[in-house]
Ligand binder design. Structure first.
Ligand code: SAH
Ligand code: SF4
Length: 387
């Protein structure tokens, strides 16, 4: 199902209030002679009640509402295309940013899906395009456009939160859940377009906003950052003192194989990357998720599995094996489910735990299937991690 809405491509030219940190928002309101609690009210209205218009913030004075609406917009992106998968489990949205750049966001629901039941995960983008050029990745082949701002990252979650809550509320109306069970988005994965650790400051600030209990309140343990393996970023993240999940896109067990598909490997080779992972685990006491996209004939042979088992056997990790989603960009074919299972049992010999994830008939786009597979694999593993 596809909805195109040309009207929604008209962006507001006012600055987005989502670009302000909480402290900045409070300061700005103070400069308008507003008491501190007004800041709390506006923050709550934006991030807890998810209001889309200042005029609806009826606990504010009429005057303040009109000052705010003359000076700010709530967000700066517009929806160009919204697609829903036939089974209703996945929504993918293409957003146009204020300068015309296009990014994707996905909402995945796990309605009747074992321990993931009731979970709603948003997969967000952190950059328009990506500079790292992995050969199997559609975004990587587009090249780098720019970093997303804090507001552009949080807005993706806010839009999906509104959608998720509306659905929850409908279920309340028909008696399928109680009002107390309205939860909206439960998990956020930084697995959309771009490399999160290459946009570190904005990503971290966005996480602080999403994590704030007076706002959307997504727990750190329900947030996952996926990285291509930028070591300085991993080291920095380890020092943050936040219980976030880290996923590392390894995709090969040796430098020769990895450098063929991931140019970044020349800068940060596997041995250094694994050392950074060890340090991360030591510092945070959290296991790492190793992402391994299976590329037929390229990295999925028994030899590769044995090498992978050898290099990972001493790391506290969980491997997600994902047969590649062909993008039309590269020559890669998917490893069959049977072969993926064989790879998994080879890893087991080394006591390296893993999960195989096959795409589940996503009809709304290859890119989306790719995101979904990744997040599915991850939330599955997290399910056992974070009961
Ligand atoms: N830049 C980060 C996060 C975004 S990509 C990273 O690389 O980790 C999110 C995940 O999708 C990564 O594990 C990436 O390797 C994977 N991916 C990219 N292209 C894919 C494809 N065609 N099929 C399956 N997974 C893919
Ligand atoms: Fe960039 Fe990640 Fe794609 Fe590699 S896989 S090109 S790092 S988005």
């Amino acid at each position: 199902m596809e909805i195109k809405n040309p009207l929604l491509t008209l962006n507001s030219k006012l600055p987005s209030i989502l670009e302000l940190s909480k402290a900045q928002l409070f300061e700005n309101l103070q400069s308008l002679q507003q008491p501190r609690f007004r800041g709390e009210q506006v923050w709550r209205a934006i991030y807890k009640e998810c209001q889309t218009s200042f005029h609806d913030m009826t606990n504010l004075s009429k005057e303040l509402r009109s000052v705010l609406s003359q000076n700010y917009s709530i967000g700066s992106s517009s929806t160009v295309i919204a697609k829903k998968s036939l089974d209703g489990s996945t929504d993918k949205t293409l957003f146009r940013l204020s300068d015309g750049e296009l990014i994707e966001t996905v909402l995945m629901r796990y309605e009747a899906d074992g321990h993931r039941r009731g979970r709603k995960t948003v997969c967000v983008s952190t950059q328009a395009g990506c500079a790292l050029g992995c050969t199997f990745c559609a975004t990587g082949q587009q090249g780098f456009r720019r970093n997303l701002t804090v507001g552009e990252i949080t807005e993706q979650v806010l839009v999906m939160e509104r959608l998720a809550r509306t659905e929850d509320e409908k279920e309340v109306d028909i008696g399928q859940r109680s009002r107390g069970e309205i939860q909206g988005v439960t998990n956020v994965v930084f697995m959309g377009m771009g490399e999160p650790l290459a946009n570190y400051d904005n990503m971290m600030e966005a996480i602080r906003v999403l994590n704030d209990q007076k706002g959307i309140g997504i727990g750190a343990r329900h947030i996952t950052i996926s990285t291509v393996g930028l070591i300085p970023g991993i080291e920095r993240l380890a020092e943050e003192n936040i219980q976030i999940n880290l996923a590392v896109s390894l995709h090969a067990p040796d430098n020769d194989t990895r450098s063929e598909t991931m140019p970044v490997n020349k800068r940060y080779p596997i041995e250094d990357l694994l050392l950074a992972c060890q340090k991360f685990v030591k510092k945070t006491k959290r296991r790492i998720f190793i992402e391994y996209v299976l590329l037929k004939g390229q990295n999925d042979t028994p030899k590769h599995a044995a090498k992978l088992g050898t290099i990972l056997k001493d790391l506290l990790c969980h491997v997600n094996l994902i047969p590649v989603n062909p993008t039309g960009e590269g020559p890669y074919q998917r490893t069959s489910y049977k072969e993926a299972q064989r790879f998994q049992s080879d890893l087991k010999i080394f006591n390296v735990p893993s999960t195989v994830r096959m795409e589940k008939g996503i009809d709304i786009d290859a890119g989306c299937g790719q995101l979904r597979d990744r997040a599915l694999a991850l939330t599955d593993s997290l399910g056992t991690n974070l009961a």
